[in-house]
Write a protein that binds this ligand. Structure first.
Ligand code: PGA
Length: 251
């Protein structure tokens, strides 16, 4: 049985004092969950978030990194730098980075390899636009993004990554994919991983859904056969709402 992994993506929100308060509120609410709880926070919050989350079951992640270990890359942060302060996860290839910051399948692949080399766990984002979905190209596009992101990785490495399927038309729009549609795409992604890495790897790899996940739709999504949790944007900014998503099976 795969565990559920529920990750918040704060995007460019939350000052350190807000981050500390949110984590202090969240920690007691999620302490008994069987799921893995992750918050991916802005770089400037990382240190505060790590200190506040110490001795809790909340793990801390970053939202981006550079693939080089060090060097003349002004403004960039390496996987080793993140690891050195205790960060465990990093989001790679979020659609906003693909759309606004020229992230490509190639840079995503380089970043995934670099993260794994530094023992950081990547949360690799894939997903189609509305136009691609309407043209019947969604499966082809998403499976190709997955293939390219994972190119050159060993079976062991693929076992420690998380894939987040996030249809772009569902991000921040209030439009969630139906649980059937999300589950069906995630099955396709798992099948693609099975084709390349075999049954055991495919059965074990965590594949999340993302796109307007909130407490009112999380239970239905998480009770499907293949959705292993979520990458949550807007609804991860408030402790109470995010805790309800984590504790989806408590009522
Ligand atoms: P949303 O964002 O939950 O606000 O739609 C999801 C994401 O971008 O990861």
């Amino acid at each position: 049985m795969r565990r559920k992994v529920i990750a918040g993506n704060w995007k460019m929100n939350m000052l350190p004092n807000e981050a500390i308060r949110m984590i202090e509120e969240l920690a007691p609410e999620v302490k008994n969950t069987q799921s893995e709880v992750i918050l991916c926070v802005p770089f400037t919050d990382l240190f505060y978030a790590l200190l506040t989350a110490q001795d809790t079951n909340i793990k801390i992640g970053a939202q981006n990194m550079h693939w080089e270990e060090s060097g003349a890359y002004t403004g960039e942060i390496s996987a080793g730098m993140l690891k050195s302060i205790g960060v465990e996860y990093v989001i790679i290839g979020h659609s906003e980075r693909r759309q606004y910051f020229n992230e490509t399948d190639e840079t995503v692949n380089k970043k995934v390899k670099s993260a794994l080399n530094a023992n950081l766990k990547p949360i690799v984002c894939v997903g189609e636009t509305l136009e691609e979905r309407e043209n019947g190209k969604a499966v082809e596009l998403v499976t190709s993004q997955v293939r390219k992101a994972l190119e050159g990785l060993s079976k062991e490495q693929v076992q420690s990554i998380i894939v987040a399927y996030e249809p772009i038309w569902a991000i921040g729009t209030g439009k969630t994919a139906t649980s059937e549609d999300a589950n069906s795409m995630i099955k396709e992604v798992r099948q693609e991983i099975r084709n390349i890495y075999g049954q055991t790897v495919a059965d074990g790899v965590i594949i999340q859904y993302g796109g307007s996940v909130k407490s009112s739709n999380s239970k239905e999504l998480f009770e499907t056969s293949d959705i292993d949790g979520a990458l949550v944007g807007g609804a991860s900014l408030k402790a109470e709402e995010f805790a309800k998503i984590v504790n989806y099976n408590n009522e």
